[in-house]
Design a protein around this ligand. Sequence first.
Ligand code: PLP
Length: 356
Amino acid sequence: MKKHNFSAGPCILPQEVFEKAAQAVLNFNNSGLSILEISHRDKAFVAVMEDARALALELLGLTGKGYQALFLQGGASMEFLRIPYNLMKIDGKAAYLDTGTWANGAIKEAKAFGETIVVASSKPENYNHIPKEYSIPSDANYFHCTSNNTIFGTQMKSFPETNVPMVCDMSSDIFSRTLDFSKFDLIYAGAQKNMGPAGVTLIVVKEEILGKTGRTIPNIMNYQQHIEKESMYNTPAVFAVYTSLLTMQWLKNLGGIPAIEKRNEAKAQLLYNEIDRNPLFKGTTVKEDRSNMNATFLLNDEAHKEVFDSMWKAAGISGINGHRSVGGYRASMYNALPIESVQVLVDVMKELENKI
Ligand code: PLP
C-alpha cells in the first residue's frame, strides 16, 4: 500500500512524475540510454535544462521580465553563502529577518561574510510567529527573508515594501501559492519538497542586481558565470533537473500555481479546522501565520501519544513526527499530497477523540 506521506521532505512528488522518472532511468527519451548515463551535453538533456529554466520562469509569471533561472547544486544552504558573495558590497551590509532555523542558517553565513543586521527575530517565542514590526535600512545591499518556515510551521502571508533588493528562501513553499513574484529580486528553493529529488536548487534572479559588489567572485559562486554558461558551468544534477521538469509540467497541466493554491488551501483548512475543533489537540503557531505547507500541532495530553501514534501508523500515515525543536506533530502538505490523505489524518484525530 502506498503510504500517506506527510514527511517534510525529501521528496514528495506526484505518482505520475515518479513513474515517468523511473522510466527515464531505464530508457530516457527512447535513446536507449538511462537519464543517469547520458551526457549533460547531449542535445536531449540540453533541451531538458532549457525547458526547465523557461518553465520555472513561466510558472512564476516572470518570463521576459529580466529574470534568469538556474538549477545549481549545493542545496539551499549553498545559497546562504552565494547570496552575500554576489550581493553584499565590499564594506556593504545586508538585512535579514530571523523567522526560524533556516533563516538563522542564512544569517550565520552572511555574518561570516560581512555586516549583517537582523531586523527582527521571533526566536524568543520559539519562532511561533512572523515578526511584522521592523524597518529595513535603506542602505542595505539586500533584504533576506524565508517565506515558509518548514520546522516551525509559519508562513509569511505578506512581504515588506522596501527599496532594497528582496531575496527570499522559498524552499518549502515554492510553486504552492500565488504571489507577485516580481516583488522579489532573488528567489531560491531547494528542490526536495515541491519540485524534485534532493541535489538541485532553483535560483531565480533578476539579472540587473548582479555585478555590483566590487569584489572578485570565484566562478562556482558567481551567478553571472552560471547564467553565461546556461546553468551548465559544471555538471548539473541531471536526474534532479529532469524530475523537476516533470513536476513543473505536471503543475502546468493542472492549471499552474493558481490551481494548486486552491488545493493547498483546502487541505490546510481541513486539517487546521480539526486541530482547532478537537479538544485533544492544539496548534503551535499563532493562527494568522500558519503555514499551508507544514502544520505543527501538539496533543494537549502526552498520555494519549502512544495510542495516537499507533492509530496513525495503522492508517498508513508516515512522516508526521514533529521536528525535535518543536515536538509533537508536523503534517507537511506539499503540492503532491492529495486531500484524501489529509482526510485520513483528520479521521484518525476524530477517532482518537471518540476513543477517549
Ligand atoms: N531553507 C528551508 C526553508 C528549508 O526547509 C531547508 C531544508 O529543509 C533548507 C533551507 C536547507 O536546504 P538544503 O538541505 O537543501 O541545504
